[in-house]
Design a binder for this molecule. Structure first.
Ligand SMILES: Cc1ncc(COP(=O)(O)O)c(C=O)c1O
Length: 363
């Protein structure tokens, strides 16, 4: 039996969650496979028409020579950095202090590859070009995450990225893109994925965040890089005999949702305005640059939680299922807009924020 917090349980009862694409249940896979011919051949250890055509489609989308499907981004990115370290003869890479590799992967890079990570910049802001230029260490690769998830999905200006890329090329530093949420940044930059990816030597994308699939990742780059990544995929045990539940669902939801990223972005901007109109509430960034943002509410958890429980019961609009509390008694959470937001009747959304604003005003 699963144990849900009271907030998570109340959130589940609501009819209109504001974030995401809906419940993560097995209907996601059932729907994706529903229209497919049961005689479609399975992939076998990374080969076969269906996986190869999906990889070719993703390589073209990203403007790279080749693309390889991986069960996870964690695996794909550690491998990418290892390949670049071998190629450059250096055991150092650099990335943001709140990179997924630094805070969510149990030191995989260090433990498995003896790769040292240089943390660039500060936790609460993006890496700056001058910090890259001033870097004294001889790094093999710089990893840039777009958007920078842990600071609300913030993004550098496109011109800054161009300058970072030019600097890395001039210095022989490989540039890797953590594009777990790559599609989500395209409406802001007004670029195609391929236009953005020309700035990078290797790219990883995910299929279960904005795309809402089950799991899985693509790692893309030139022919020599991706050939090496396949060897490492095998060493990691990532060469499952069949990965089709992942890439077939990835393909299905990619087609459905990649074209909707502009809509999700606009809706995130609209929702952030509603949050910011409430006292004690600020969003990070104040005006979102993707479909995601963080919400900070200056109120301790034990006070805010009952307010949300009452709000959910009254409006059936679910704002969030968890609260993180900082030492200063400020609660925060992350919102990523998907298909669910458009389902909320506008008057109900308005009512929810009127009620929230009223109770927060009373404090
Ligand atoms: C920015 C970023 N990079 C990498 C990953 C790793 O992806 P996976 O869960 O497929 O290993 C994640 C997952 O949340 C992520 O948010």
């Amino acid at each position: 039996m699963s144990t849900l917090s009271s907030l998570a349980a109340a959130f589940r009862q609501t009819s209109y969650p504001v974030g995401g694409h809906g419940r993560r249940n097995i209907q996601i896979l059932k729907e994706a496979l529903d229209g497919l011919d049961g005689k479609l051949e399975s992939d076998i250890y990374g080969t076969g028409e269906s996986i190869e055509s999906f990889q070719a489609e993703m390589a073209a989308y990203l403007g790279k020579e080749k693309a390889v499907f991986f069960p996870s981004g964690t695996m794909a990115q550690q491998i990418a950095l290892r390949i670049w370290c071998d190629e450059k003869g250096s055991r150092k890479v650099a990335y943001h202090p709140l990179s997924h590799l630094e805070i969510h992967e149990e030191d995989g890079l260090k433990e498995l590859h003896q790769i040292e990570s240089i943390l660039l910049g500060e936790k609460d802001r993006l890496i700056r070009l001058d910090e890259i230029i001033e870097l004294k260490d001889d790094i093999a690769c710089l990893l840039i995450e777009l958007p920078q998830r842990e600071i609300g999905g913030d993004l550098p200006l496109f011109e800054e990225l161009v300058a970072i890329s030019a600097h890395c090329r001039a210095k022989g530093i490989m540039l890797h893109l953590d594009g777990a949420r790559l599609y989500e940044v395209l409406p802001y930059y007004q670029k195609t994925a391929a236009e953005l990816c020309t700035l990078f030597d290797s790219v990883y994308i995910s299929f279960y965040k904005g795309i809402g699939g089950i799991a899985g990742a693509i790692l893309a780059g030139d022919e020599a890089f991706t050939a090496k990544s396949k060897v490492w995929k095998r060493r990691y045990g990532g060469d499952l005999i069949s990965l089709y539940p992942y890439y077939l669902s990835a393909s299905y939801y990619f087609k459905q949702r990649e074209p909707k990223m502009g809509q999700y972005f606009e809706e995130a901007v609209e929702l952030a305005v509603l949050f910011n109109s409430c006292q004690h509430v600020t969003t990070l960034p104040r005006v979102p640059v993707t479909n995601m943002f963080h919400v900070h509410i200056a109120m301790p958890k034990e006070k805010l939680e009952p307010i949300l429980l009452e709000l959910y019961a009254e409006t059936s609009v679910g704002l969030i299922h968890y609260l993180r509390e900082s030492s200063e008694g400020i609660c925060s959470f992350e919102i990523s807009i998907g298909d669910a937001f458009a389902q909320i009747p506008k008057d109900r959304l308005k009512l929810t924020f009127e009620r929230l604003a009223a109770v927060l005003r009373e404090g």
